[in-house]
Design a protein around this ligand. Sequence first.
Ligand SMILES: C[S@@+](CC[C@H](N)C(=O)[O-])C[C@H]1O[C@@H](n2cnc3c(N)ncnc32)[C@H](O)[C@@H]1O
Length: 304
Amino acid sequence: MSLTEQFVEYFRTEAAAFSHEIERARKSDPLLFDDMAEYLISIAKRQLGEAYLDILIEGYCTFVMDVNRSQEKYEKTGKYENSSYKEVFQRTYNDTDFMNQYHWGVFVTTFAWEHHLNIYRMFRNDFLPLIRGGDSVSLLDLGCGSGVWHLLGLKQNPNLAVTAVDISETSISLSRQMAEAAGYDRLINYLCADAVDFSQESRYDTAISCFLLEHLEEPQLLLQTLSDALHERSYAFITCALTAAEIDHIFEYKYEHEVFQMAYEAGFRIVKSLSSSPGSFPRERYYLPRSLAMVVQKRANPVW
Ligand SMILES: C[S@@+](CC[C@H](N)C(=O)[O-])C[C@H]1O[C@@H](n2cnc3c(N)ncnc32)[C@H](O)[C@@H]1O
């Protein structure tokens, strides 16, 4: 039995209420799901040892329950529960116990949610093939979390030389362990720092920033940092959440065009975008949580 089959089966027996979403994602594109899940679960297994299935399930279920609780509150109040980055930082990114669970929750959603699987399809088919270069292509990952996106990139293109930045010491430590488990640690340089004011003298060939914009008070600043860090005409992959409440979501994007406008103002053109929402969501809800993914290119002039 493959690791993916074991994972799905274990979920079905141990956390039946949470398994439908995962099974729906798998049914939507079995080949893509199994390809991605097998790789990611194998890394988690190497890192966590025999208890890996329990840890993944606990992390995922805790994360999903928190997300559902926050979204219900948001439906009632019409706003996200937190507005101060400083407070969120103390309660989440700076709290080792919280981050240990959050890490595995976010990690599992990357392949277990159908709308995130759609985003991975775009990352693989529309972003990674644009990364060209010689023996070494520099990639900057801002807000790397578990490192899942650059690990997926490295699987397809082992010529990447990654700089991974995250503000949480726990995220940096866990993602370093993930890279060791995947055998890519020598290709990744980790920095525990605020991505918003990250700067280095050299510029990068390409960049990723996934699900960080909505965590900030002023996401425009992150987009500017990302743009400043890139060579002209280089490509980046950016994702963010819209009308999706979570304990650490601060900036409420309501419409896709708000993100496009910010990206344009930071010096990008939008090459491709996908606004992806859960396959099944209660029709009576006012807010539809979406994940927006964009392939962008740093412009050299106002047009492109
Ligand atoms: C939702 S997770 C996304 C992680 C990863 N990019 C992914 O898509 O799986 C958000 C991550 O951003 C990090 N983060 C939050 N504020 C940050 C900041 N100002 N600078 C760098 N990282 C930050 C958190 O520690 C967390 O690891």
